[in-house]
Design a protein around this ligand. Sequence first.
Ligand code: GDP
Length: 547
Amino acid sequence: LHMTDQVNDNTAPDTSAPAADGGVAREVKRRRTFAIISHPDAGKTTLTEKLLLFGGAIQMAGTVKARKSGRHATSDWLEIEKQRGISVASSVMQFAYDDCVINLLDTPGHQDFSEDTYRVLTAVDAAVMVVDAAKGVEAQTIKLLEVCRLRNTPIITFINKMDREVREPLEVLDEIESVLKIHCAPVTWPIGMGKRFQGVYHLLNDEVMRFTPGEEKADQEVEVLKGAQIDKLTEQCPSEMQTMRDETELVMGAGASFDLEEFLKGKQTPVFFGSGINNFGVREVLRALVDWAPSPLPRETDKRMVRPDEPAFTGFVFKIQANMDPNHRDRIAFMRVCSGRYSPGMKVKHRRTGKEMKLANAVTFMANERTRMDEAYAGDIIGVHNHGQLQIGDVLTEGEALTFKGIPYFAPELFSRARLRDPMKAKQLEKGLRQLGEEGAVQVFLPLVDNTPLIGAVGQLQFEVVEHRLKDEYGVDAVFERAGIHTARWVTCPDANHLNEFVKANQGRLAKDVDGNYAYLADTGVNLRLAQERWPKVQFHATREHG
Ligand code: GDP
């Protein structure tokens, strides 16, 4: 089997006969749902723009430019949101490419890095990791990849900015392998860099794609060299070509050839070199998504695996966005469809409350306007209006009682206490915090020994958003003060008596979350380790699942 024959059986659906399932299986096969993960400034926005150039954008939440504005200082963020009337952090883009329907979910980057980012990754089937070739693996990439690893999400790697003087490709690959603990399988390899960047050699196709700078180039204009043409290029730039030959020989000798199975298990990542801003190497990433990335996968529930091509609709909420539009003071629950077919007006069961809901008004967003969605299948994201009925992790089905697994809460890394400017507003504060906690905007903990709620977040911006919303929506003027807490761990123990002992001995360090689970609040990392050593039978968890 030649390596290029390793193509998923996902595309080229059989269209000859009408399907008995109303076409669900066919639609599922052509879906790809992914997110781009990267450290700020690596080139995520640029890559997004170029990807959309290739595909006819079908649905788009916010515009790429709008998302770009979200990269201002955090204090500008709320102002931007108000002016635009749509949150900058609300992007779901759908586009078509080569008979595939591709859903690209935006992960808010920057220092406004929050729990949303993590949860978005639970709703995708693959991720594209963008690495700045000059900077290598950076902090947020490490964090995001850890999250992908929880579900063994397949990762495609794009090493960007080869048009600049950057680090040696071998060095960058080494860093990815050692820091991120994932095997690299280069699919393309750069020929030179910076001013001497000639293009890339495609290891599987034995071709050279010639680089010529230019931002708005369409893909057809990329010059592809084969056989004798490659020899000619070798005469023109012998040194760059020789380096490329030596390096590729070295990595291939080390057994780094692409293996579809390993990729799908999240163990190996195909690597592409390019320059996003010049739209170079982007098409190859898109091909990898179409040819290799999985179509929507079966999802685990508390009862059984749900296959994406089952006829009955199921889906779960992974994100709640409030005030998408100041004229509609409601919330939008973003739901990933896991099976069946969404159609307007369909009736579903809300599993947590047992109530029936009519999905009359699922939407997606086109620029600033809400657009009605006419159908959706597994892998697609629908936005459901609601007034607080839907929470993160909630499941809607056409009847069956199911709970999807793996929609996580992450242990907060930042803690604050809300101090009221007007003590008469304690009730409103409590209500506001509870609702914002349910929405997943922040996490709220009640310490066992006093009644001041602790507010936990993963990113600083979460506090700003909550402070603003408490004032705006609940009329509560509160200031947030840092609590001297380093991190939290949920604690469990199979032996209830032992857990009681632990709770008694650690009253002052324990709190309960909204669902009544115990959390241990450590003031330093050292103290956390000491507690773990002292109580070896108690388990300390950095994540917990909804439901
Ligand atoms: P994001 O923060 O990850 O969304 O990154 P952006 O897409 O906004 O890119 C950050 C900066 O890098 C911008 O100034 C881009 O113009 C620049 N950039 C992106 N891709 C390339 C590239 O391939 N080459 C060069 N030289 N600059 C790039």
